[in-house]
Design a binder for this molecule. Structure first.
Ligand code: WT7
Length: 649
């Protein structure tokens, strides 16, 4: 059994760790027994313009659900990431930028970043952005993206970052849903030596979507491609505006519960939802988890390989590290460009001490063989982190042995866009590691397992993962749809936050996340709703019906398996498969590309018409022998037909 394999806390790590095993136990107990005292104390880790007098005001009581933290405190997130460091570490590097091109890198100090952010904050104001406005940021991984996010925070605008890999349609939907009148983008992005047409995509998004009401598009020059089209009166040039902007901009005093940002994520039904995070609790939680989970010490070089387009980029490239005065590495490129030694090269070049990446990246390197680390020593590494999906023990061992030279603890961090920060992870100086287990809850987090009826399960067992009480970093609402927020997270099991994940708890009380129990896919650590992909497919005029499920995929963790029923009279063909793949890429983005399309003359449905995905998942995984009960199907013969045609697919 893999759970028998334990990597005990390393004495060398424990010796200098911020939290030891005894301290963890003590602090954890205090955090759940007396949250007001615990968070009242740790809430002081950030700077408040007006200190809070109230700490926790939250209840999961279904009929009067309320989540508030530090509610009478006033602060500014950008001041916490910048201004407060100027006196002590103004000339210290805040961001190490490592370009897509390995010969390009530069360091930005806290003072320089502060100046840029103040200037851009003034630019935003000049363009008419006001406190509470939503600014859409569709950018590559460059310093200006951090500047744009922090500048929004500085003036109290809500940023909505849209991943640069999303299609114009996806950008448009997010602009419309957020009622966003401002967009910040770049002429082009650069990834793996290829240009990404960001501005062109914004143009297409705004043209395509008549409901989009955008007054102003601010365009950063990244590649300088002068073919990028320009709409006079709407498009403005970042560099021109920055050239005459003042570097003085007082941070806007924000209430702890004022919104800081929103970020769209996929659910099991409907369109992606705008997860809204507020200022005070989020900043306390992001900075505290960043410091303790990665055992961050002053001067450490920290590299999180995520993209700003995901929550990991928000909490653990930007807000957490900068609030802690850390040195955070910002990487524009991809791990296999110019070749698969890039990750090791970047670690050596910048003497990275803490590396935080995703299982899918590790598996992709693993597939190259250990030679992808040739020519690099990675001696500087001290702590490794994993996030995004369950890490399989083989990938864990490889990460530990090959990348970390068998000397770095791996913190497997379980959390979600909704949670704002890490909820379950081993603190490197305190908790023994088990490959594949996220182990123990962070301070203030009370995980539990319930059966499908919501009964709490005790001891070593498996069930649905819920959290019993609020923590400061939790999302507060779905932008524009509070009812959906309550429905999605608090109605399945009354009085509890439902994560959508399943988990197992072992004899030691350690948690092992088993994956989503709802209709959400996790493809290369990216979340996708099956319903989203299905609705993209049925929007194609040759498709009558579609059902999407995940199946085990060697590198991606989960691949996308699509069953398509064509309109009567349309002939299936390989060309049509290609067309449908392109179609989905265009509707959502390349991350949603179907891996397998199977033609399905019929889909297995219950008599009430509900598609039985459980059966489709088994067929996709080639586990036809474990179909379970099919007697409730309206037409059981559909199943045999699908199994038969799968073989010839
Ligand atoms: C879902 C959340 C949190 C930032 C990245 C993804 C899965 C995430 C782990 C982990 C097992 C994990 C869960 C979760 N997940 N980290 N360490 N072990 N599963 O954020 O896009 O909101 O996705 O990712 O299924 O619910 P997200």
């Amino acid at each position: 059994m893999t759970d028998k394999k334990v990597y005990p806390v390393q004495p060398d790590i424990a010796k200098n760790a911020l939290v030891t095993a005894e301290q963890y136990e003590h602090m954890y107990r205090q955090s759940v027994e007396n949250p007001n005292e615990f968070w009242g104390e740790h809430g002081k880790r950030i700077d408040w313009i007006k200190p809070f007098t109230k700490v926790k005001n939250s209840t999961y009581d279904y009929n009067n659900l309320s989540i508030k933290w530090f509610e009478d405190g006033v602060l500014n997130a950008s001041a916490n990431c910048l201004d407060r460091h100027l006196a002590d570490r103004g000339d210290q590097t805040a961001i190490i930028f490592e370009g897509d091109d390995p010969s390009v890198s530069r360091n930005v100090t806290y003072r320089e970043l502060h100046e840029e952010v103040c200037k851009f904050a003034n630019v935003l104001k000049e363009q008419g952005v006001k406190k509470g406005d939503v600014v859409t940021i569709y950018m590559p991984m460059i310093v200006e993206t951090a500047v744009a996010m922090l500048a929004c925070a500085r003036i109290g605008a809500i940023h909505s970052v849209v991943f640069g890999g999303f299609s114009p349609e996806a950008v448009a939907a997010r602009i419309v849903n957020g009622k966003s009148r401002f967009v910040v983008t770049a002429d082009e992005g650069l990834r793996g030596g290829r240009a990404i047409p960001l501005k062109k995509n914004v143009d297409a998004a705004l043209k395509h979507e008549s409901e989009a009401n955008v007054d102003c598009v601010i365009v950063v020059k990244r590649t300088g491609n002068d073919q990028v089209p320009w709409t006079e009166g709407r498009d403005v040039c970042y560099e021109d505006l920055m050239a005459h902007a003042s570097a003085e901009c007082d941070p806007e005093p924000m209430n702890a519960e004022d919104p800081l940002f929103m970020l769209y994520t996929s659910g099991s039904t409907g369109a992606p939802k705008g997860v809204l995070h507020t200022t005070g609790g989020y900043m306390v939680y992001a900075s505290m988890t960043h410091q303790y989970v990665f055992d961050y010490h002053d001067g450490d070089v920290y590299w999180c390989t995520a993209d700003f387009g995901w929550v990991t980029g928000h909490s653990y490239i930007l807000y957490g590290p900068l609030a802690n005065g850390a040195i955070t590495l910002l990487f524009e490129g991809v791990p296999n460009y110019p070749d698969s030694s890039r990750m090791g090269q970047v670690v050596d070049k910048h003497k990275v001490n803490i590396l935080y990446t995703a299982p899918t990246a590790i598996r992709a390197l693993m597939a190259e063989g250990a030679s992808c680390m040739d020519g690099t020593t990675r001696d500087s590494l001290r702590v490794l982190g994993s996030v995004g999906e369950p890490i399989n023990p083989e990938a864990w061992e490889w990460y530990h042995r090959v990348i970390g030279n068998s000397k770095c603890p791996i913190v497997d961090t379980w959390w979600q866009t909704e949670t704002g920060g890490i909820l379950i992870a081993p603190l490197p100086g305190a908790v023994d590691l088990k490959p594949g287990s996220a182990t123990r809850p962070f301070f203030g987090v009370q995980p539990a397992l319930v059966d499908n009826e919501g009964n709490l399960l005790e001891g070593a067992t498996e069930g649905n993962l819920v959290i019993l009480d609020s923590w400061p970093g939790q999302m507060r609402t779905i932008f524009g749809d509070h009812e959906r927020f309550i429905q999605t997270y608090f109605s399945t099991y009354k009085g509890m936050y439902f994560t959508g994940d399943g988990a197992r708890r072992d004899e030691d009380g350690d948690y092992w996340i088993t994956g989503r129990v709802d209709d959400v896919l996790n493809v290369s650590g990216h979340r996708l709703g099956t319903a989203e992909v299905e609705s993209a497919l049925v929007a194609h005029d040759k498709v009558a019906e579609a059902a999407v499920v995940g199946y085990p995929h060697e590198i991606k963790g989960q691949g996308i398996y699509v069953y398509v029923t064509l309109i009567q009279g349309v002939e299936p063909s390989d060309e049509l498969k290609k067309e449908l793949v392109q179609w989905v890429r265009k509707e959502i983005g390349p991350i949603a590309s179907p891996d397998v399309i199977q033609w399905a003359p019929g889909l297995p449905k219950t008599r009430s018409g509900k598609i039985m995905r459980r059966i489709l998942r088994k067929i996709a995984a080639n586990e036809h022998d474990q179909l379970g009960d099919t007697s409730t199907l309206a037409d059981p013969s559909v199943v045999d037909e699908l199994i038969g045609s799968r073989a010839s697919n």
